[in-house]
Every structure is written in structure tokens, then in C-alpha cells.
Write a protein that binds this ligand. Structure first.
Ligand SMILES: [Zn+2]
Length: 408
């Protein structure tokens, strides 16, 4: 029994009068790994007199559903810090690319890394997220670009979920970039990704969903569709990197396949937004990449609002465009750079992030029967989680009903 807390249940309230689902001076009881009861602190203490329950005093902290980072590329080798430094010291993109920089450098470093090294660096990054109250994490492959390394990335992601008190969902990002060795045979590469590689990884139980980077610098609509169709035949749900740099109609394609999410969406048309809303596909907004790339066209949040698209927020943790291990920073950026309300931003890392992973029945709100994943914060009101820049007010994390503490 957790008493003397203020709950932000994040249960949907279309009337918006109680936007965070606030219950002040509240208590929450856990049985096994589930939320068993929610009520007032006074009722909880009376109940505790008659039953044998352990009582924890939250000291007036705010208690929220465990945060969900629904879009990361957390497992990779190397880093791109040198490239970052060179660019800021005046070296051109072209020179960096000629010197082997860019995504191919991460692919090379990842292919050369041992599983132990990949696990070690990913664990450090996961700890950063977990210290802020993250209890569920999506991890994409995509830096192998050949089946052996892709398998290793997915295995490391699964291992992370076994070792750490965090739930991990894995995504096979088969179409991320065209590897150097396949430059002369795009169709052959897409065929491998959509055929034998997908079947092998799915057969090994390593994939919860698939993803493709549909963009003029990556893969076309037709190539993306070929991959999504193959995944659909295997019963795998999809995410799509859509509309980051241009509007190719990738959002409409994601909607047509009933994708769980379409991610980025700086470039999105009105019909695209309508299609996403109709399909129940979540728009996952990624302000970290937008910030690092110094983009100037934000996603059309008013259009998505009007169309009724559910919006989530994530770190997009990756070495090239968003080396971010703070979901709280993504909350602030979602508000300051994209104009989300604090309520929308918090729904974006709880209820809507759960929907983006297809887990809304199990996590994302504080409600009876849901998994007892929650986090405690020393704040005056929920919006403070979006307001702070660089502070971490998280004072405790409960994962599956068990209290955990982490070192950052
Ligand atoms: Zn991404």
C-alpha cells in the first residue's frame, strides 16, 4: 500500500477538467504485479488497520504511471561524438562522409562489437532512462544491415529486458539504410530483409514489431510496402519512420497497414493526419532529432489535434541524430519546440506511448488491474515534469509491484 501520494493516473478525460486524472491525497495498493486498489489515503490507512499489508508513506510525492520510451535505437556500437566535434569545428559533411562518417560508421562499429560490449553500453543508456522513471522501453535494431548483426542487436535488447527491471519491446528495423555492400542491388537487399532475414528473426522469437525508414534518402514507398506486407503475413505489427524530411505519403501507407505508429511526422498533410486518426495509428513525435538536426519545420501539432491523432513522445535515442537518454528532456522539448500542452506531453510518454506499442491494456495509466509500474516525483504539480530543464525529480521507481532504486 502506497499512501500519502498525489496520483496523476493519466486516465483519459475528454472533458479536460481533470486533465492528468489527478487524485490528491491518494493511495494505491498493489497485489502481485498488479494495481489492486486506488482510493483516498484516509481509506487506505483504515483498510491497513484490518488487513496485513505493508504501508509505504510517499511523503506527498506525485505518483505517475511508469514512463514509456516508445522509440529508441538504444543498442549500437561506437559513438558519433568525433563527428559532432568535427562538424562544429568547421569540417564539412562531405569531408566527414568521405572519412567514413555518418550511419555507415555506426554500422561498422556495431558489426565489430561483441555482444558483451553492446550490452554494456546499452545498459548505461537504459539506466539513464530508468533513473527518470522509465519502466518500458522500445528498442530497434537497424545498425547491422545484415542478418547476423541484426540478430545480435535484437538478442542484446531481449537480454537487457531480462537483466534490468524494465520491460523491453523489440523492433526489427529492417529498412534503415542501404549498406555499402548492397549499393548495386537495392532490390536484392529489400528482398533479403523482407524474406529470409525477417523469417529467421521472427522464427527465433526476437521480433515484437517491424519498422522501416521511408524517406527520399532511405527507402521508397514501394520498398516499405514490400517489407510491411511480408511482416503482415507473419502477423507482426509495424512502426514507420515517416515524414521526417519530406512528405512522401508514408503516413498514409502506415495507416493503410494499420501500423501501431508513424514516427517523426515533421512533414504531414491533412489527409495524412486524417488517415492516421482513422486507423488509430499513433503519431510518435521525436523532438531530440529535430533539435540536433536544427530543423525548422515542426510537426503540424494543431492539424493532428484537430484530426484526433493520438500523439506520443520519445527520445529516439541514437548516436547520429538524437544521443538523448532523458525522456524528461523530450517532454520539455515537446512543449517548447512543438507546442504540446504539458498534458499532451505527459499523455505522450504514458497512455499514448503504451498505445504506440500496442500495450494500452496493460500499462500507460494508473488503473485497477494494470501492471504496477509507477514512478514517484518530488514536484508540486505534474506539469513540472515538462517545465524543468535538466533536473531529475524522480525519487523512486516501482516495477511490477517491487520498489527499485537506480544509480544514474
Ligand atoms: Zn528513429
Amino acid at each position: 500500500m502506497w499512501v500519502n501520494a498525489n496520483l496523476a493516473t493519466m486516465v483519459a478525460d475528454e472533458g479536460n477538467s481533470n486533465a492528468y486524472g489527478e487524485i490528491e491525497d491518494a493511495a494505491l495498493a498493489v497485489r502481485g504485479d498488479r494495481i489492486a486498489w486506488i482510493g483516498s489515503s484516509a481509506d487506505a490507512l483504515a483498510l491497513a488497520q484490518t488487513q496485513d499489508v505493508g504501508v509505504t508513506d510517499c511523503g506527498g510525492a506525485w505518483l505517475l504511471p511508469g514512463l514509456i520510451d516508445c522509440h529508441t535505437h538504444l543498442v549500437y556500437g561506437g559513438s558519433r561524438v568525433e563527428e559532432f566535434e568535427k562538424r562544429l569545428c568547421g569540417v564539412s559533411y562531405e569531408e566527414i562522409a568521405r572519412a567514413g562518417g555518418g550511419i555507415q560508421s555506426t554500422v561498422n562499429a556495431t558489426r565489430g562489437a561483441t555482444p558483451e560490449a553492446l550490452l554494456e553500453s546499452a545498459t548505461r543508456r537504459a539506466h539513464g532512462l530508468m533513473a527518470e522513471g522509465v519502466t518500458t522501453l522500445e528498442i530497434k535494431s537497424g545498425y547491422g544491415l545484415e542478418v547476423g548483426t541484426e540478430r545480435r542487436l535484437l538478442e542484446v535488447a531481449r537480454e537487457l529486458g531480462r537483466r534490468l527491471p524494465v520491460s523491453v519491446r523489440t523492433t526489427y528495423l529492417g529498412l534503415h539504410a542501404l549498406p555499402k555492400e548492397a549499393a548495386a542491388d537495392r532490390a536484392g537487399f529489400v528482398g533479403q530483409v523482407s524474406g529470409p532475414w525477417l523469417e529467421a528473426l521472427a522464427g527465433a522469437g526476437l521480433i515484437d514489431a517491424v519498422d522501416a525508414f521511408c524517406e527520399n534518402i532511405a527507402f521508397s514507398l514501394a520498398e516499405t510496402e514490400q517489407f510491411l506486407r511480408a511482416a503482415q503475413r507473419l502477423g507482426l505489427p509495424a512502426h514507420v519512420h515517416a515524414g521526417q524530411l519530406s512528405d512522401m505519403g508514408a503516413a498514409e501507407l502506415a495507416a493503410r497497414f494499420g501500423a501501431l505508429s508513424a514516427d517523426h511526422l515533421e512533414y504531414l498533410s491533412a489527409p495524412g493526419a486524417t488517415a492516421l486518426a482513422a486507423a488509430g495509428t499513433v503519431a510518435v513525435l521525436l523532438p531530440g532529432a529535430y533539435y540536433m538536426l536544427r530543423q525548422t519545420t515542426p510537426p503540424p501539432v494543431p492539424l493532428m489535434r484537430q484530426a484526433g491523432v493520438a500523439m506520443a513522445l520519445a527520445t529516439d535515442c541514437n548516436p547520429g541524430t538524437s544521443p538523448c537518454t532523458s525522456l524528461l528532456l523530450a517532454l520539455n522539448m515537446g512543449c517548447t519546440l512543438f507546442g504540446l500542452t504539458p498534458h499532451e506531453a505527459l499523455a505522450g510518454v504514458t497512455r499514448h506511448a503504451a498505445q504506440a506499442l500496442g500495450l494500452q491494456a496493460d500499462i500507460g495509466t494508473l488503473a485497477i488491474g494494470k501492471r504496477a509500474d509507477f514512478a514517484l516525483y518530488r514536484i508540486d504539480r505534474p506539469a513540472e515534469l515538462c517545465y524543468n530543464l535538466g533536473a531529475n525529480p524522480c525519487t523512486g521507481v516501482i516495477y511490477g509491484g517491487v520498489a527499485r532504486r537506480f544509480k544514474n
